[in-house]
Design a protein around this ligand. Structure first.
Ligand code: AMP
Length: 312
């Protein structure tokens, strides 16, 4: 089985209170694939420029991620993003976004990528997400992420992609409110669920993530870390863990317990991502470390309920 992902494959320049890094390999599809590849074959679709060298490609290929559909555009420049974080890492300012080779990209998926059971439409222009979705041949699970830029500049395209067979939205909670134009999280998710989705995940940064379906609500806090170095890509890493876990349980997608376990793997993976700059930590992460953090999360979020007599 395989997971096809389209999204930015980028160079990121990031400044946090703990340092600054220039042109690290990043991008939504990259962070997603590094996490999803723990569970299944990830197949990345997208263009890069000649500046994307062998070392960058080797990083993208971590855990045997398939790069057959990564197109190298001669004379082109890879997607570039620069951002800066405030002292508590909760606020981020985008300093630069250059689409580069994504501007004129026309995806042509290989047969293997078209036939993948799972499709993740990571953050990129909605028109490209639609193009890839249209080429895929009946995926059993389609999940989508996006961001404020595309909600502001291409909302109609985004709603159109969602209506063409997306099963699950994985969005930041502020973006979910912005997209649905509903001020409360639950109201926003309820609205989105009327668009034909079966699940909505609202990512809440250091506060964790919430899962809303027609049947229920579930939330996990972020894994408590004493030191966070670079939050870039945490959302995509979460999505890689969440969707990757589901890809291994495709016959249980309507089971709430399976969705909750997927949330735990997404949460644990995201926590590793933020411990170091860029992709450094997740690229060398071992499966046992991941399992251990999921077990910690289970223990941390469990409580017994004993009814106590209360005053009337
Ligand atoms: P996150 O921190 O989860 O929001 O993801 C950050 C990643 O998204 C970085 O690696 C960027 O390269 C990428 N990114 C930033 N802006 C955009 C954009 N407008 N479209 C696609 N990817 C983006």
């Amino acid at each position: 089985m395989a997971i096809t992902v389209v999204g930015s494959i980028a160079f990121d320049t990031v400044a946090t209170p703990f340092g600054r890094r220039e042109r690290m390999v990043g991008g939504a599809a990259t962070h997603f694939a590094l996490a999803a590849s723990f569970f299944d074959e990830a197949r990345v679709v997208g263009p890069v420029g000649d500046d994307f060298d062998e070392a960058a490609l080797a990083l993208l290929s971590t855990r045997e991620t398939n790069t057959d559909d990564v197109e190298r555009v001669a004379g082109g420049k890879s997607f570039f993003w620069a951002g800066e974080y405030g002292w508590d890492l909760n606020s981020r300012e985008t300093l630069d976004t250059q689409l580069g080779v994504f501007e004129a990209f026309q995806p042509k998926l290989s047969a293997a990528s078209r036939q993948a059971d799972v499709l993740f439409l990571a953050n990129i222009q909605p028109a490209l997400q639609r193009d890839v979705l249209e080429q895929c041949e009946g995926p059993r699970l389609v999940a989508l992420d996006s961001m404020n830029l595309w909600i502001e500049t291409a909302r109609a395209d985004l709603l159109d992609v969602i209506s063409r067979g997306v099963d699950c939205l994985v969005l930041n909670d502020a973006e979910l409110r912005q997209l649905t134009r509903r001020p409360s999280l639950v109201g926003a998710a309820r609205e989105a669920l009327t668009w034909g989705l079966s699940a909505v995940v609202a990512k809440q940064g250091e506060y964790g993530a919430a899962l809303l379906t027609a049947d229920g609500f579930f939330a996990l806090p972020a894994y408590p870390l004493e030191s966070v170095v670079d939050p870039t890509g945490a959302g995509d890493t979460f999505a890689g863990g969440f969707v990757g876990y589901l890809s291994r349980h495709l016959d249980r997608l309507d089971d709430e317990a399976t969705l909750r376990r997927a949330m735990a793997y997404g949460t644990a993976l995201a926590s590793f991502n933020v411990e170091e700059f860029g992709t450094d930590r997740v690229a060398r992460l071992e499966a046992d470390e991941l399992h251990e953090r999921v077990a910690d999360l289970q223990q941390m979020t469990h409580f017994d309920h004993a009814r106590v007599e209360l005053a009337r």
